[in-house]
Write a protein that binds this ligand. Structure first.
Ligand SMILES: Nc1ncnc2c1ncn2[C@@H]1O[C@H](COP(=O)(O)OP(=O)(O)O)[C@@H](O)[C@H]1O
Ligand SMILES: [Mg+2]
Length: 272
């Protein structure tokens, strides 16, 4: 059992190193959270939109296996999901869905899936490598599921630019600390974005408390937690999602769009 686990781990490290060594043009950014429903998909779609407005070509991968909903947020009807590629039923290029937003492309997921069939086979990390090897995009944003199941771990293992979305809820903070603890074992940093948080300072103060807690519990000293910024709760964010529209496009001059832009600016400064 142990040797099996360590073999899996060393294979993942190998795959991750492969991604680093090849220094692809496409920057891989993985958006995750401990707790579900904190705003990962909302923030992913809005960041993709803001990146595209800067002239970048952006691919978004719906990696919330079993709960995929980015096709709803981008209001597209994909012909194929990326599982068609993984299962050998279609070419990678044929699983890319063009959205109505210039320069945004979706690798759609599926919303019900018996995923035990792919357990420990590294199909997801190999799939990410295949997208990077296309050399077609400036950014690949991966929207993972919540929590720390094996699939989320696989998407995290292959990425050096990980953004955790959290709220100030005690349960979300407990979960994000569990993520910090896990990532501190073999990553160099985690970026934090606070959603449903009305002031920049509140998010910053809580980030600092998480860093202090990490020090107290002797997490690896060179592991960095980088605070990116805050996004307020805003009913128009939920309303635009329900209408299958992107908030930052519909409300380009809103204060919450400005907060998203600041998060993006900070993210771009922090990615390798
Ligand atoms: N800043 C916000 N203000 C108001 N509603 C939000 C905000 N962020 C997300 N939501 C809403 O919260 C719900 C969950 O968001 P979602 O992005 O689907 O979370 P996750 O992907 O983490 O499960 C959605 O209904 C979404 O519209
Ligand atoms: Mg989601």
């Amino acid at each position: 059992m142990y040797s099996n686990v360590s073999l899996q781990a060393s294979k993942l490290v190998e795959l991750a190193n492969g991604v680093k060594k090849n220094s692809y043009r496409t920057k891989l950014i993985t958006i995750t959270s401990g707790k579900g429903g904190v705003g990962k998909s909302t923030i992913t779609s809005n960041l993709a939109f803001l990146l595209s407005k800067k002239g970048y070509k952006v691919a978004v991968l719906d990696a919330d296996i079993g709960l995929a909903n980015l096709q709803v947020l981008f209001d597209v009807k994909p012909r194929n999901s990326f599982f068609d590629y993984i299962e050998g039923k279609s070419r990678l290029e044929d699983t890319i869905t063009k959205t109505s937003y210039e320069n945004i492309y979706l690798f759609a997921g599926i919303s019900s899936f018996e995923y035990s069939s792919f357990k420990n086979s590294f199909v997801f990390s190999n799939f990410i490598k295949d997208i990077l090897a296309l050399d077609s995009f400036d950014f690949l944003l991966v929207d993972t599921g919540a929590g720390l199941n094996d699939y989320v771990k696989e998407f995290l293992a292959i990425s050096d630019n990980i953004v955790a979305i959290t709220s100030t809820d005690p349960s979300a903070l407990t979960d994000v600390y569990a993520l910090i603890k896990m990532l501190s074992l073999n990553k160099s940093k985690l970026m934090l974005c606070f959603n449903h948080t009305k002031s920049y300072q509140i998010g910053e103060t809580i980030s600092n408390s998480l860093i202090t807690l990490g020090k107290k519990n002797s997490l690896k000293a060179d592991f960095m937690v980088k605070y990116l910024g805050n996004i307020s709760s805003c009913t128009n964010v939920a309303t635009t999602s329900r209408l299958r529209k992107i908030f930052a496009n519909e409300f380009a001059n809103d204060e919450v769009t400005l907060q998203m832009e600041l998060v993006l600016r900070s993210l771009l400064l922090n990615i390798g």
